[in-house]
Design a protein around this ligand. Sequence first.
Ligand SMILES: Cc1cc2nc3c(=O)[nH]c(=O)nc-3n(C[C@H](O)[C@H](O)[C@H](O)COP(=O)(O)OP(=O)(O)OC[C@H]3O[C@@H](n4cnc5c(N)ncnc54)[C@H](O)[C@@H]3O)c2cc1C
Length: 466
Amino acid sequence: MANSDIKIGILGAGISGLAAAYWLSKDGYDVTVLEKNNYTGGAMISHSEKGFMADLGPNSGLETSPFIRKIVESVGLGNEMIYADSAGNKRYILKNNKLYALTPNPIKFFSSGLLSFKGKLELLKEPFIGKSEDGYYQSISTFVKRRLGSDFLDYIINPFVSGVFAGNPDFLSVKSAFPKLYRLEEEYGGLIKGTIKGSKERKQRNENSKQNAKMFSFRNGMQSFPNSIADKLIKKPLLNCEIKNINYQNNSISVSSELNGKNQDFNFNILISAIPAYNASNLFKTLDDKLAEHLSQIYYPPVMVLFAAFRKKDILKKLDGFGFLIPEKERKQFLGAIWSSVIFTDRCSKDLAAFTLFIGGARQSDIFKTQNDLLINEVLAEFKSLMQIKESPVYLKSFFWEKAIPQYNIGYIEHDKQFEHFENTHPGIILSGNYRGGISVGDCINNSRTVYDKTLKYAGDYFFSL
Ligand SMILES: Cc1cc2nc3c(=O)[nH]c(=O)nc-3n(C[C@H](O)[C@H](O)[C@H](O)COP(=O)(O)OP(=O)(O)OC[C@H]3O[C@@H](n4cnc5c(N)ncnc54)[C@H](O)[C@@H]3O)c2cc1C
């Protein structure tokens, strides 16, 4: 029996599903990817029009492991991969309508005016603060306030969390959403001590921390990546194929779908689910009610992405950074803006500057009660005032994500236990996707290796059972 005799079904042609498909096809398994949309990439949508290239999902990824480059090279995208301009290292935070540069240099940071005098003193106490008793069930807010003080929480962590998760630090679990941060306290007793020791360990493991990892994209946007993986698979993903039902009996898995409007059934030896938790909840209900309940509890807040381009000559603010994030305390209608064409220069023509603004998220999910046109106008007015832009945008593209990014909120640990329990009681089915093991593109790719290892184990068990 050969690997090609083992049939593997992968649900979802987002980066999680496709990266897993890539490793497994390479080993010669018979891999079929089933995708309900008529395109590959899931959340990675790149829109090119009239000389503009707008990423409406992720704008970039962080090269946190060698796996990313490995896939990029082998799908022939090596020459298309681009790294962020060094100007992108500078990030700003808004305070009192002024943008403050966030710098890794501690002396400059302390003298920047972003934190109050009291806030700075609280930071200096961090190495002397002990572990918390709350353990797992701490929000990021509780954790950060205790260790670093409320000023740091309000003006660094609050905007940072909305930049990464579109999340709310009062609800996100520090253990589940930022496990490495939590580990610094658990293992080393403090963040500063842990950061120093942790960087030595990462070097040994040949890993990059997110702070040091290079930021990448592609000339034609992030979607080129999943599209190229899909193109290189021996069996191309089946698009317009929505999975409606899963049957699991004696290690045989059958899947019913609607393929181009017609019913179509598939049989697999191994099934990898790489669809969002809310979709998986419906599908797995017949197999495990409790799993379905846990999946349905994972919150995905709404986010609107607004890509706007202006004439450079109309912008008075100096464009020398990644963009800015807005702390909740500043009470603006949007979460922040990426200066897209500063980071990746070919997002528009040279005389223009393109920006990507984010609206809503877990902090401001109610904002969409306002009519879209009105909201966009209000956000643009605020943005233009902060950036000192005199004229209207020459190009505008908006995209609304009704369910954007899964929140690893307090209690997530119970969900994770249930996922493991389900996999143990249903050998041959693997639950994957960005609601497990990290939400970033890099995390999804790294997790595809975990999925690969689990699949090989099931494949081995399958060989022995014959
Ligand atoms: C607005 C936004 C901005 C982001 N910014 C960044 C960023 O800058 N950097 C970063 O690293 N990450 C960012 N992310 C996160 C990152 O893009 C995602 O976490 C990642 O792309 C998710 O990949 P995935 O494959 O797990 O899920 P998805 O991309 O959601 O793919 C799941 C796929 O499953 C399919 N599917 C669902 N149900 C079914 C069914 N029943 N049958 C068949 N197919 C089904 C869907 O159609 C979809 O294609 C951002 C996300 C969003 C939404």
